[in-house]
Design a protein around this ligand. Structure first.
Ligand code: CAA
Length: 295
C-alpha cells in the first residue's frame, strides 16, 4: 500500500489525510469544493504546527508530510492509482452509494474501498460495487491525529485478506485497530450515542444542569469531555442521525432521540461547528461557556 485516496476534505477527511501523509503514504485528498480543499490543507498545516510546537514532529517532517498530499476535485482523477480509497464524505446513505459506484468504476480492480462512516451499513455500501469482498469500514475518531482507535468494520461479504490488510495498515499508522461486525452503530456509537442521549434526557427532564452532568463524567469517570460537550464536539446533527440509524436498525424505541436534541438540530444549534449547542463557542477562546439557554 502506497497510494491512498481520501474522499471528503471535512474534519475527518483532513485528519485521515494528515495521518497517512505523516506516515509516508502518498495521499490524494478529493473534494468537489476547491475552497474546502484549500481550507483542509491549511488545517493540516496548523495541526502539524501544534505537533512541532510540542516536539513530537520536526519542521522537516512537517514539510515532508505536506508534500505527500495532493488535491483533486473529481473522483475519477483522484482514485485512478489508489491502492486504498477511504471515503469520509457527509453521513448520507444516497451520497455514499453514489460515491462508491463512481469509485468502483474508477479505482484499480485490486484496490480496497473503505468508508469512515460512523453508522451507515458497510454491507449496503458494498452492495453498490462489484467487489463487496474488498469493501470495509475504517472508522477513525476525531481528532484523528490524536485518537488511537480505528474501528475496523467487516461487512457481510468482506473477506479475511481485506480485514488483515486494514488491520496491518492501521498499526502502520500508529493506531490500534479493533475488528467488529456490521450491525447498527457498530460498537463505538452503539454504546456512546445512548449515553449521550441519556445525558440530554437528564438535562431535558431537569435532573441536573449542563455543567454538573459533564463534570460528573469528567471527574467521576475520567472522561476527557462530559457527554454534552462531546455531543457538541461530534456535532448534534451527527448524534441525531446515528440515533435514528440505531432506532431504525434495531426497531427499538429505546434509541429514540431526545426531543430536545431534535429541536436543537432543527433550530440550527449543532454544537461547535455552528458556534452553539449546549455550550457557546467563540473563535480563539478555549473557555467552556454554557449556552445562555441552559443557565
Ligand atoms: N491535530 C493534532 N493534534 C491535536 C489536535 C488535532 N486536530 N487536537 C488536539 N491535538 C493535540 C494537542 O496538540 C495536545 O497535544 P499534547 O498532548 O502533545 O499536548 C493534545 O491533542 C490535547 O489537546 P489540547 O491540549 O488542545 O486540549 P485537551 O487536552 O482539552 O484535549 C481532546 C482535546 C484531545 C479533543 C480531548 O478533549 C479528548 O480526547 N476529547 C474526547 C475526544 C473523543 O472522545 N473523540 C471521539 C469522538 S467520537 C468520534 O469521533 C466517532 C464518531 O463516530 C462520532
Amino acid at each position: 500500500m502506497k497510494n491512498i485516496a481520501v474522499i471528503g476534505a471535512g474534519t475527518m477527511g483532513n485528519g485521515i489525510a494528515h495521518v497517512f501523509a505523516q506516515h509516508e503514504f502518498k495521499v490524494t485528498l478529493i473534494d468537489v469544493s476547491g475552497s474546502q480543499l484549500d481550507k483542509a490543507i491549511k488545517t493540516i498545516g496548523n495541526n502539524l504546527d501544534r505537533q512541532v510546537a510540542k516536539g513530537s514532529l520536526n519542521e522537516e517532517q512537517k514539510t515532508r508530510t505536506l508534500s505527500n498530499i495532493v488535491t483533486r476535485q473529481t473522483i475519477a482523477e483522484g482514485v485512478a492509482h489508489a491502492d486504498l480509497v477511504v471515503e469520509a464524505a457527509t453521513e448520507n446513505l444516497d451520497l455514499k452509494k453514489e460515491i462508491f459506484r463512481q469509485v468502483n468504476e474508477a479505482a484499480p480492480a485490486a484496490s480496497i474501498l473503505a468508508s469512515n462512516t460512523s453508522s451507515i451499513s458497510i454491507t449496503t455500501i458494498a452492495a453498490c460495487t462489484s467487489r463487496p469482498e474488498k469493501v470495509i469500514g475504517m472508522h477513525f475518531m476525531n481528532p484523528v491525529p490524536v485518537m488511537k482507535l480505528v474501528e475496523v468494520i467487516n461487512g457481510y461479504s468482506t473477506d479475511a485478506n481485506t480485514t488483515a490488510t486494514i488491520v496491518e495498515l492501521s498499526r502502520a499508522l500508529g493506531k490500534v485497530p479493533c475488528v467488529v461486525n456490521d450491525y447498527p452503530g457498530f460498537i463505538a456509537n452503539r454504546i456512546l450515542m445512548p449515553m449521550i442521549n441519556e445525558a440530554i434526557f437528564s438535562l431535558y427532564e431537569g435532573v441536573a444542569g449542563v455543567e454538573d452532568i459533564d463534570t460528573i463524567f469528567k471527574l467521576g469517570m475520567a472522561h476527557p469531555m462530559g457527554p454534552l460537550q462531546l455531543a457538541d464536539f461530534i456535532g448534534l446533527d451527527v448524534c441525531l442521525s446515528i440515533l435514528q440509524v440505531l432506532q431504525q436498525g434495531f426497531g427499538n424505541p429505546r434509541y429514540a432521540p431526545c426531543p430536545l436534541l431534535v429541536n436543537m438540530v432543527n433550530a440550527g444549534f449543532k454544537g461547535v461547528k455552528t458556534g452553539e449547542g449546549f455550550y457557546k463557542y467563540t473563535a480563539g477562546s478555549k473557555d467552556l461557556v454554557v449556552s445562555e439557554r441552559f443557565r
